[in-house]
Design a protein around this ligand. Structure first.
Ligand SMILES: Nc1ncnc2c1ncn2[C@@H]1O[C@H](COP(=O)(O)OP(=O)(O)OP(=O)(O)O)[C@@H](O)[C@H]1O
Ligand SMILES: O=c1ccn([C@@H]2O[C@H](COP(=O)(O)O)[C@@H](O)[C@H]2O)c(=O)[nH]1
Length: 240
């Protein structure tokens, strides 16, 4: 008999940067298809899944600001990038027969529905995957914060951060090969130690709403499902 999942409803924050695969920019459809198959596996386990995708494979607002441009416009461009990624994920999920709805924080009715907490909850109750596009809809935020916000709004039991590394380390493992991986930390420890796995606003919002954050590698096929079954490799950020 398959293991019972540990969570009923989760939000997955999927790395935007991961979507470019080996291309260096944009969307590698085979990567999106693989992430979609992990989400399909979670649905098959009976877990309700909301998804927030980053935009780092296409655009980040700081790129404009660092060249002297207008940060707010840059952030608008970054949020549009998350809509592009969300539409790509919806396409990959539908190829697998998984019904997914894109709800955008920025109205663009020709492309997708606009976000409302009530509509999102109704779709999730009906077993559809809800993809939250357009971040929070506000500049100066990130999709990590959007993921924590949506997780709180829809009453998620956990926030999964599927990223480029397999957990939270004592320092950025891409820069410091001596960094050590943690199995478990509290939200407060992540903030106080300055562990830059997620922005502080996102962690604080998750802490305030008692939402555990599970950090794992999005590159690990089946990793999402394995963790849902209590088996995979990750760092759990939760109050003791
Ligand atoms: N203490 C730490 N532990 C783990 N990773 C860390 C730590 N500090 C920095 N990092 C880095 O943070 C990165 C994750 O950051 P970020 O959220 O910007 O990327 P992402 O998940 O690819 O999201 P996106 O592309 O959607 O913005 C990891 O790939 C890792 O290199
Ligand atoms: O609420 C939000 C979310 C995102 N942005 C902008 O989009 C890019 C891409 O998001 P990442 O989290 O970096 O993947 C981000 O750099 C911001 O420019 C935003 O303004 N508000």
């Amino acid at each position: 008999m398959p293991a019972k999942p540990q969570y009923r409803r989760v939000v997955l924050k999927a790395s935007g940067e991961a979507l470019m695969g080996g291309q260096g920019f944009g969307i590698d459809v085979s990567v999106v298809d693989r992430i979609a198959s992990d989400i399909a596996e979670a649905r098959a386990l009976g877990v309700e899944v909301g998804v927030v995708i980053g935009g780092g494979n296409i655009f980040r607002g700081v790129a404009v600001a660092s060249k002297g441009g207008d940060r707010v416009t840059g952030d608008h461009m970054g949020m549009l990038a998350t809509v592009i990624n969300s539409l790509a994920l919806r396409t990959s999920l539908s190829k697998l027969g998984v019904e997914a709805i894109v709800l955008s924080a920025i109205a663009m009715p020709e492309l997708c529905e606009s976000f409302s907490q009530r509509q999102a909850t109704a779709y999730m109750n009906a077993g559809k995957v809800v993809i939250f596009a357009g971040g929070t809809g506000n500049p100066f935020f990130t999709t990590d914060s959007a993921a924590a916000l949506r997780a709180a709004e829809i009453g998620a039991d956990a926030l999964f951060k599927g990223t480029q590394v397999d957990g939270v380390y004592s320092a950025d493992p891409k820069k410091d090969p001596t960094a050590e991986r943690f199995e478990r930390l509290t939200h407060t420890e992540v903030i106080e130690r300055g562990l830059a796995i997620m922005d502080t606003a996102a962690i604080a919002l998750a802490r305030e709403n008692n939402i555990p954050i599970i950090v794992y590698s999005i590159h690990e096929q089946g990793g999402f499902g394995a963790i849902l079954k209590g088996e995979g490799r990750c760092t759990t950020v939760a109050d003791a």
